[in-house]
Write a protein that binds this ligand. Structure first.
Ligand code: MG
Length: 161
């Protein structure tokens, strides 16, 4: 089996007056992530991991934030498009593992819905998607609540012809 791996990392600033969308889930919170799209930090990290595995650069190259088409767009659509780009090049998503880094709010109650949304958009079994969350014990920009970060790794395989 010809397998490739990829890594992604993203950060968005937490501000008032924005929705908090993570992993395609609208999470009740007094602040949300700032960005050109819906600023879904987790999905952006996953897209970058998938593009990285395929050797296709990064999310900014395919979905530039200077492009008005992507303003306010649901990042679920970016993930769907990313998987389509990979499929066109003969790659199939193997598994995805990701970590959200946030002091607040609690992510655990929302993780099952995130996994459902990600697996649906990426066209993989829910068992092939793992999402974790951690705090940084009050340290750094995630600890102070200035922002939220996400890391992702994935494996992709060259689909059988
Ligand atoms: Mg981003």
């Amino acid at each position: 089996m010809n397998m490739r791996i990829g890594h992604g990392y993203d950060v968005h600033r937490l501000v008032e007056g924005r929705k908090l969308i993570i992993g395609g889930v609208d999470i009740p919170h007094e602040k949300g992530l700032l960005g050109h799209s819906d600023a879904d930090v987790l999905l952006h990290a996953i897209c970058d991991a998938l593009l990285g595995a395929a050797g296709l650069g990064d999310i900014g190259r395919h979905f530039p934030d200077s492009d008005q088409r992507f303003k306010g767009i649901s990042s679920i659509l970016l993930l769907t498009e990313t998987v389509k780009l990979l499929r066109e090049r003969g790659f199939r998503t193997g598994n995805i593992d990701a970590t959200i880094v946030a002091e607040r709010p609690k992510m655990a109650p929302h993780i099952p819905m995130m996994i459902a949304a990600i697996s649906k958009a990426a066209g993989v079994d829910p068992q092939s998607v793992n999402v974790k969350a951690t705090t940084t014990e009050g340290l750094g920009f995630t600890g102070t609540g200035e922002g939220i970060a996400a890391h992702a790794v994935c494996a992709i395989v060259i689909a059988a012809a």
